[in-house]
Design a protein around this ligand. Structure first.
Ligand code: PLP
Length: 384
């Protein structure tokens, strides 16, 4: 077949479960468009039941949930927060907005998650929070992280943006720390365009979380009839999504098992096809510890060198396949340099970030298209 006839295989394609417009039309017909209506309630209760979470509050994004978490942790200027440098910008910005200084800690070479054995050396008397980021939906070593946090009186905020519906030792990601943050951005497993949720696991934080989410007012208590008028009682902002977003999301949550099952089968096909290359030492495929159950959010390969990585991306592009790298480590980003936070050495982060390529992984990826991706990768490493 001529290359010109080959269709481009994108990195991601949004999956539509089917009932999104139906639920949106219900919300419209009901005339309930602002936040905290029926669909917001349905989504929250669904996640609470399914994930065994004490309280789930929908937000307009995972970024919004992280910002709420930073306020709930009582971050003040000069406080320190520990997190990986290999993460999305808003993991850091949510805390920087409150005046925190970020202590970037290196990642483990196997899972690319925060290296739990490097946390203690970054803790000092100003440390307030540890933020594990569950990369690719593979759980961080939460037992150890919780043990360190409890021993030192620190809060734990899980950035589970990529980890919705994945587990660590049979507990759902996001439900283990004091707070957890989910994303329903179009690029994640379950989507609403932009969207997110804050999981509140510490019951003592629930009431304040409701206030912060409702612009710093006690409107939630007012709606429940607990107070007779609502007013400005605390810091806060507008973190809740409108009902149309929640209606869309509910259609996705209802199909979460189908979505996860399909993604896992795509992931397993990549694994089966590329494991021989991994075993031959030609590249590395993702590793998931036996006590973690991932959600097939992402399939990546690690090439021997950064130059190999760049050439693979180029070769894929020539074959009309979109393979992409991932985070530019935050400690090495312009804003971190401006703040003088680039004086850390994070060898694993710098090395792995330069060698990763993420492969197309989405619900509608056909076996034929996936075979094309696999063929290109095999050819690249000389195994075709
Ligand atoms: C996607 C993502 C975010 C941001 O999520 P939004 O919903 O787009 O705000 C934060 N952290 C990580 C690790 C992510 O993957």
């Amino acid at each position: 077949m001529s290359d010109r006839l080959l269709e481009r295989i994108p990195f991601n394609r949004a999956f539509i479960a089917g009932k999104e417009l139906f639920y949106i039309s219900q919300a419209v017909l009901r005339g309930q468009l602002a936040g905290d209506g029926r669909f917001t309630e349905l989504c929250s209760r669904w996640m609470e039941d399914r994930f065994g979470a004490r309280r789930v509050m929908l937000t307009h994004s995972c970024t919004g949930a992280l910002e709420m978490a930073a306020i709930l942790c009582g971050i003040e200027p000069g406080d320190e927060v520990i997190m990986p440098s290999y993460t999305f910008v808003t993991t850091a910005n949510a805390f920087v907005l409150r005046g925190a200084r970020i202590r970037f800690v290196d990642i483990r070479p196997d899972t690319l998650n925060l290296d739990e054995e490097r946390i203690e050396e970054a803790v000092n008397e100003r440390t307030r929070v540890i933020v594990p980021v569950h990369y690719a939906g593979v759980g961080c070593e939460m037992s150890r992280i919780m043990e360190i946090a409890r021993a030192r009186g620190l809060r734990v905020v899980e950035d589970a943006a990529q980890g919705v519906n994945a587990t660590y030792k049979d507990q759902y990601l996001g439900t283990i720390g004091d707070l957890g943050c989910y994303s329903f951005h179009e690029t994640k497993n379950f989507i609403s365009g932009e969207g997110g949720a804050l999981v509140v696991n510490d019951p003592e934080l629930i009431e304040r979380a409701e206030v912060i989410r409702e612009k710093g007012t006690n409107r939630a208590a007012f709606r429940k009839g607990a107070v007779d008028k609502y007013t400005w009682v605390d810091l806060g902002s507008s973190y809740l999504p409108g009902e149309l977003v929640a209606a869309f999301l509910y259609a996705q949550l209802e199909e979460s098992e189908v979505i996860t099952h399909k993604r896992r089968s795509i992931w397993a096909r990549y694994e089966e096809a590329l494991r021989p290359l991994h075993e031959a030492g030609l590249l590395r495929i993702p590793e998931c510890p036996a006590h973690c159950h991932h959600n097939a959010h992402m399939f990546y390969v690690l090439l021997p060198t950064a130059a190999d990585r760049d050439r693979l991306i180029e070769q894929l592009a020539e074959a009309k396949v979109q393979g992409i790298f991932h985070y530019v480590p935050l400690h090495d980003a312009p804003y971190a340099r401006k703040l003088g936070w680039d004086d850390v050495k994070l060898p694993n982060t710098e090395d792995l970030a330069a060698r990763i390529v993420r492969l197309p992984c989405y619900f509608d990826l056909s076996e034929g298209d996936q075979d094309r991706v696999i063929r290109e990768v095999r050819e690249f490493v000389g195994a075709a």
